[in-house]
Design a protein around this ligand. Structure first.
Ligand code: COA
Length: 196
C-alpha cells in the first residue's frame, strides 16, 4: 500500500475530526482492518446493504480501502467513541469521491451493530457534512441506500437529505448481492440539519 503521507492530498481528506462523543481518525490498515472486517462478518451490517457477510472477504475490504486512501479525492475514516484515552472502535465512514465538475460528494457509513441506534451514525455523518460544507458551500452531499434500509433512510432524512431519484442496482454475485432499488438522496448547505 502506498503510504498515505506520500500522496499529495488535500489535508481535508487526511485530517481527523472530532464530535461530542466520537472522533474520526483517517483509516489505518494495521490498526483498523481487522475490526472493520469483523463488523462486515456480521449480518446486521451486511443485511441492510443487501450483501452476504460470508462473501465479503477481508481482501475485498482491504482493496476497496486502499483504493480510496490512494485516490486524491476520496477517503476513509475509522470511528472511535471517546473514552478518555481508551477509544473504542465504532465503525467506518468515508467519501467515495468528490466530483469537482458536479460538486457531488458521496458519503457512506457503517456503525458496529452492537452500538447501533444510539445516534452515533447520525453524529458521524453530521461531523463529516459540517467539514464538507466548511470546505465548499456549494457541495451536494449524496447518500445512496437500498429502499429497504430503514436505519440509513431515517438517519438521512433526519440530517436534511431529500430523495432525488431511484435507480436499479445490478446483482453482484461476487459479494452475494442480489440486486435492488437504491434511493438517491442529496443535501445542500441550507438543507443540512446538524446533529446536536
Ligand atoms: C445506517 C447506520 C449507519 C445507522 O447508524 P446508527 O448509529 O445505528 O444510527 P442512529 O442511531 O444515528 O439512528 C438513525 C435512525 O435509525 C434508526 N435505526 C437504527 N437501527 C435501526 C434498524 N435496525 N431498523 C430500523 N431503524 C433503525 C434509529 O432508531 C434512528 O431513528 P430515530 O431517529 O427515529 O430514532 C447503521 O445502522 C449501519 O451501519 N447499518 C449497516 C450499514 C449501512 O446500512 N450503512 C448505510 C449505507 S450508506
Amino acid at each position: 500500500m502506498t503510504d498515505p503521507a506520500q500522496i499529495s492530498k488535500d489535508p481535508f481528506f487526511t485530517s481527523g475530526y472530532e464530535g461530542k462523543r466520537i472522533i474520526l481518525i483517517p483509516y489505518s490498515e494495521d490498526r483498523d482492518l481487522v475490526h472493520i472486517h469483523a463488523m462486515f462478518q456480521d449480518p446486521r451490517t451486511t443485511g441492510p446493504l443487501g450483501i452476504d457477510s460470508k462473501k465479503f472477504p477481508i481482501d475485498k475490504i482491504r482493496d476497496q480501502k486502499r483504493e480510496r486512501m490512494e485516490a486524491p479525492d476520496a477517503s476513509d475514516w475509522t470511528i472511535f467513541i471517546k473514552k478518555g484515552g481508551d477509544e473504542k472502535f465504532a465503525g467506518e465512514v468515508g467519501l467515495v469521491n468528490w466530483d469537482y465538475e458536479t460538486h457531488v460528494v458521496e458519503i457512506f457509513a457503517a456503525i458496529s451493530p452492537d452500538l447501533s441506534g444510539k445516534g452515533y451514525g447520525r453524529e458521524t455523518v453530521s461531523i463529516l457534512m459540517e467539514r464538507i460544507f466548511a470546505r465548499s458551500m456549494i457541495a451536494i452531499v449524496r447518500v445512496q441506500t437500498l429502499t429497504t434500509n430503514k436505519a440509513a433512510l431515517k438517519l438521512s432524512y433526519a440530517l436534511g437529505f431529500r430523495e432525488t431519484g431511484r435507480r436499479a442496482v445490478s446483482p453482484d454475485p461476487e459479494i452475494g448481492f442480489v440486486g435492488g432499488i437504491a434511493v438517491v438522496m442529496d443535501c445542500l448547505f441550507y438543507e443540512f440539519r446538524p446533529y446536536k
